[in-house]
Ligand binder design. Structure first.
Ligand code: NAP
Length: 299
């Protein structure tokens, strides 16, 4: 079984339908050799797109990934690497408080730092991590154009942007933003009706979906017990292996065609996520999941 591929935009890039998220890498406590094995495992499944951010693991994840990649540098040719910038955390002593920085100098320095740490000469995609109240769209555009012209970044995009924020930045750029990486799951359905995913559909760009499983909240607590019950029922109806497969299928059924990020480093969970591609939900099953998560019916 291998994951299919999808172009985020007519002008590229083409990514694996499910993407490996590396936010939790430091929690997995892998040696460089064990991490290399994990990389090969998901690459062999066809999960070739890798999601990072400068800040992940208190600025440590990219470096750990780069250490493993240096053991077998040719693997770089089999993957697409995404990273993000624009958040400044106190994990760096020069940051007195957590804040956002979408200034040109910060974006360029952060991207160059990501290249060094990830042991690569280019990023396939760089995203502004979160909307910044002090974002000057002209300045971000300037940074994006300069990184692209230098060949350091192939494509540019954003994360957690509203439709309006997306349009503002796009209006300053001579090339398309190719994605908006968003929290999309039954546990957080806000972007399904607030215009954010509609804009992706309108512009024919594919969103990336983070925390499809609510960061693990799907599996514990009373709040989501009705959702788990409904998912179990539908799991029997469609013959799915587990309930998370249904959640990935639910996300992928949205017409903007989001690409789900996998948050687990466990092989069996990565394999199950990949198999979700073959699950087809009916429209009514999709709405049963929506209703069980929200706790109320459509108006
Ligand atoms: P997620 O899939 O919603 O959550 C992953 C968590 O769920 C892990 O702790 C995992 O534990 C747990 N889990 C998975 N299956 C489970 C099961 N069957 N039973 C119990 N626990 C289970 O994804 P996420 O990690 O929150 O996010 C995915 C990726 O999205 C990140 O790696 C990052 O790349 C990206 N992201 C982006 C943003 C943004 O602002 N752009 C924000 C957050 C995340 P195990 O590790 O034990 O499997």
């Amino acid at each position: 079984m291998s994951v299919s591929r999808l172009a985020l935009h007519a002008q590229g890039p083409t990514f694996s339908r499910l993407i490996m998220g590396y936010w939790r890498l430091m929690e997995w406590q892998l040696s460089p050799a064990a991490l290399l094995d994990l990389m090969k495992y998901h690459l062999d499944l066809g999960v070739t797109t890798i999601d990072h951010a400068d800040i992940y693991g208190g600025y440590q994840c990219e470096e750990a990934f780069g250490h493993a990649l240096r053991l077998e540098p040719s693997l770089r040719d089999r993957m697409e690497i995404v990273s993000k910038c624009g958040i400044a955390l106190t994990a760096k002593p020069e940051h007195a408080l957590n804040h956002y920085n979408t200034g040109k100098a910060h974006i360029i320095a952060s991207a160059e730092d990501s290249l060094r740490k990830l042991a690569t000469d280019h990023l396939d995609l760089l995203l502004i991590h979160r909307p910044d109240p002090l974002m000057d769209a002209d300045e971000v555009a300037d940074a994006f154009i300069s990184l692209k012209q230098a060949g350091k970044v192939k494509h540019l995009g954003v994360s957690n942007f509203s439709a309006r924020q997306f349009e503002l930045l796009q209006s300053r750029l001579p090339f398309p933003l190719v994605t908006n990486q968003l929290e999309i799951s039954p546990l957080n359905q806000s972007t399904t009706l607030d215009g954010t995913l509609d804009l992706c559909q309108q512009l024919r760009i594919k969103p990336m979906a983070w925390s499809c499983l609510g960061g693990g909240r799907l599996f514990d607590g009373q709040e989501y017990a009705p959702l788990r019950t409904e998912l179990e029922q539908i799991r029997h109806e469609v013959g799915a292996q587990n309930i998370e497969q249904l959640v990935y299928a639910w996300v992928m059924m949205l017409p903007s065609q989001p690409l789900p990020l996998i948050g687990s480093g466990k092989r069996e969970r990565i394999a199950a996520a990949v198999a979700a591609e073959s699950i087809a939900l009916t429209r009514q099953q999709w709405f049963r999941i929506r209703k069980a998560a929200l706790g109320y019916d459509v108006p």
